[in-house]
Design a binder for this molecule. Structure first.
Ligand SMILES: Cc1cc2nc3c(=O)[nH]c(=O)nc-3n(C[C@H](O)[C@H](O)[C@H](O)COP(=O)(O)OP(=O)(O)OC[C@H]3O[C@@H](n4cnc5c(N)ncnc54)[C@H](O)[C@@H]3O)c2cc1C
Length: 309
C-alpha cells in the first residue's frame, strides 16, 4: 500500500501553510522552472520564521527567491523548501539620518519610483533592475555605474537555525555582482541604505527616466529573460563577444540569443529551462573556441541539469 504524500503542511495552528509541488515557472522572469518540493510565499516575518524552523527540523535545504529575475531553475524543479519573499514589503524612511530600511521582498523599481517622488537621491541607477531588495543585496545588483554596495549600510538575515544576525558592509565582501551571501542558506530579511534626502525631485526623476528609457531602447524588455546572462570578462563585454561571433538570433528550442542585446537570452515562447541551459552552454563553447575567453554565467543556475536535452 502506498502512503499518499500530503499536499500541504499547516503551520502556526493553520495561520499559514507550506504547499507541496508548486510550479516555479510563474516565480521566475524566464517563465520556466519545475516544481518546488515544498513552497511558501510568507506574508509576515512570523510566517517566514515558522517555515524556516519547519525546514530546519525536517532537514530540508532552503532556496530563497525574490523576483526570480536572475534565476534559471531546472525543469525538474527544486528539492526542499522554496521561499518567495514577494509579500514582505515593509519600509521606513528616516529623514534625519538619510537612511531607508526596506524588507527583502520590495521590488527595486517601485522603491526607486517612491524615492524619486520624495526627493531622495542615490538609487536612480537601479530603476531598471526588476528584482527585489533581497535579491539586489545578495547579487550586488548594479547598473549605470552604480551598485548596491555604494549605499548599503547593513542587512538583517535569518539563519536556518532561527537566529537573526546583522551584517555590515565590510562583512559581505562585495565585488562585481558578488557578495558572501551567495550560495548560503541565509535569508535576507531587510536592508538599510544611506541615501541623500531633500534633493530636487525633478532632477532625480529626469535621471531615473533617462536610465529607464535607455534600457527600453537597448534591452529586450518585451520578452521573458533574466537580464544579462554572462558576467563581463572585463575589460571585454560579453555582449560584444557574442555579437561578433554571429550568435545574435541563434536559437535552441524556444530560447534565443536576443536580436536586441546579445548578452540576453530570451524565452520566445515555450522555452524549457533545458533549452536555455543548452543555449548558455553553446554560447560559452563558441566564445571559448573563437576568442579563448571563458564566459561565466551571472544568472544563478539552480537544480539538476544533468543530461539536459
Ligand atoms: C530585464 C532584466 C534586466 C536586468 N538588469 C539588471 C541590471 O541592470 N543589473 C543587475 O545587477 N541585474 C540585472 N538583472 C538581474 C536581476 O534583476 C538582479 O540580479 C536582481 O538583483 C535579482 O533580484 P531578485 O529579487 O530577482 O533575485 P532572484 O533572482 O530571485 O535571486 C537571485 C539570487 O539571490 C538570492 N536571493 C534572493 N532574495 C533573497 C533573500 N531575501 N535572501 C537570501 N537570498 C536571496 C537567490 O537565492 C539567488 O541566489 C536584470 C534582470 C532582468 C530580467
Amino acid at each position: 500500500m502506498t502512503v499518499a504524500q500530503p499536499t500541504f503542511v499547516p503551520l502556526l495552528n493553520g495561520d499559514c501553510q507550506i504547499d507541496a509541488q508548486v510550479s516555479l515557472s510563474e516565480y521566475t522572469t524566464y517563465r520556466v522552472g519545475g516544481p518546488a518540493q515544498w513552497f511558501i510565499a510568507p506574508h509576515s516575518l512570523e510566517h517566514l520564521q515558522a517555515a524556516v524552523a519547519w525546514a530546519y527540523q525536517e532537514g530540508f535545504p532552503l532556496t530563497v527567491l525574490g523576483a526570480g529575475s536572475n534565476l534559471l531553475i531546472s525543469d525538474r524543479g527544486l528539492p526542499g523548501l522554496v521561499i518567495v519573499t514577494r509579500h514582505l514589503r515593509d519600509q521606513s524612511f528616516d529623514e534625519a539620518s538619510g537612511q531607508i530600511t526596506v524588507a527583502a521582498g520590495k521590488p527595486v523599481p517601485r522603491l526607486c519610483g517612491q524615492l524619486a517622488k520624495q526627493g531622495w537621491a542615490g538609487f536612480e541607477w537601479a530603476v531598471g533592475v526588476p528584482g527585489t531588495v533581497g535579491g539586489a543585496v545578495v547579487m550586488n545588483a548594479g547598473a549605470h555605474g552604480g551598485d548596491i554596495s555604494d549605499s548599503f549600510v547593513s542587512t538583517k538575515v535569518l539563519q536556518p537555525d532561527g537566529n537573526i544576525q546583522t551584517f555590515y558592509k565590510d562583512d559581505l565582501n562585495y565585488g562585481y555582482r558578488s557578495s558572501s551571501l551567495q550560495g548560503t542558506q541565509l535569508v535576507v530579511l531587510q536592508a538599510t541604505f544611506a541615501l541623500q534626502p531633500g534633493q530636487p525631485i525633478a532632477a532625480i526623476q529626469a535621471l531615473t527616466d533617462s536610465h529607464l528609457n535607455h534600457r527600453l531602447e537597448t534591452q529586450p524588455y518585451d520578452m521573458p529573460s533574466c537580464g544579462s546572462v554572462f558576467r563581463n570578462p572585463l575589460p571585454q563585454k560579453s555582449g560584444q563577444l557574442i555579437e561578433q561571433s554571429g550568435l545574435k538570433g541563434f536559437q535552441i528550442g524556444g530560447a534565443q540569443v536576443s536580436e536586441k542585446h546579445a548578452n540576453f537570452i530570451v524565452n520566445r515562447g515555450g522555452a524549457t529551462a533545458s533549452d536555455i541551459y543548452n543555449l548558455i552552454f553553446h554560447v560559452q563553447k563558441t566564445i571559448a573556441e573563437r576568442w579563448g575567453v571563458t564566459l561565466h554565467p551571472e544568472v544563478k543556475i539552480l537544480g539538476d541539469f544533468e543530461n539536459a536535452a
